[in-house]
Design a protein around this ligand. Sequence first.
Ligand code: IMP
Length: 199
Amino acid sequence: MKYLLLATNNLNKVKEMQSFFKDYDITLLSLKDVNIISNPEENGTSFKENAFIKARDVALKTTYPVLSDDSGLMIHALNGFPGIYSSRFMLGKSYQEKCEAILEMMKAQEDKSASFICNLCLMNVKDEPLYFEGRHDGKIVPLDGKGGFGYDPIFYSNEKKMTFAKLPMEEKNLISHRGRALKSLITYLENNKFLGKKR
Ligand code: IMP
């Protein structure tokens, strides 16, 4: 596999994914690189379905292998909320406000546990779409830290014993839900000889 087309309009995601593949003999393309416009309605009921919707929309317009991702924060006491609504929750408001609203909802909850989940969907490689999941477990805590993005300041990593907003970006990327999903994708591609290291 020489090329992988990323089905996202988010250039930060493109950069993050490029850093994961930097030692491999593959070129990651953005939608802009190939002049494809893709903004499908994400009306799936799970991360996996939404990842599929994003990948399929692009896969129908190209023969390149296509990779999409969908991710979010699942708070167990809130039945998985905000989940697939992580970016659409309180649309137009800042993440500071969204985090504060979540903290308000969590006041009454004893169980603070939460997980970040990421699902990747790979198409145009096999007849069927292929899926890879990554997860990072933690708990909801008062705002702490200035780094990262989204819900990072209220997500305390059980493993790192600090919020994602306090972790240096490179460190977070290695162990985050997205990082783990990407690692499992890379392992699959290597094991199936779709991907090799640069010489
Ligand atoms: P999407 O995967 O681009 O559809 O958006 C997922 C949404 O989930 C983001 O807009 C954030 O609200 C949230 N999210 C996903 N990953 C992270 C993360 O690593 N830190 C903080 N928030 C995240």
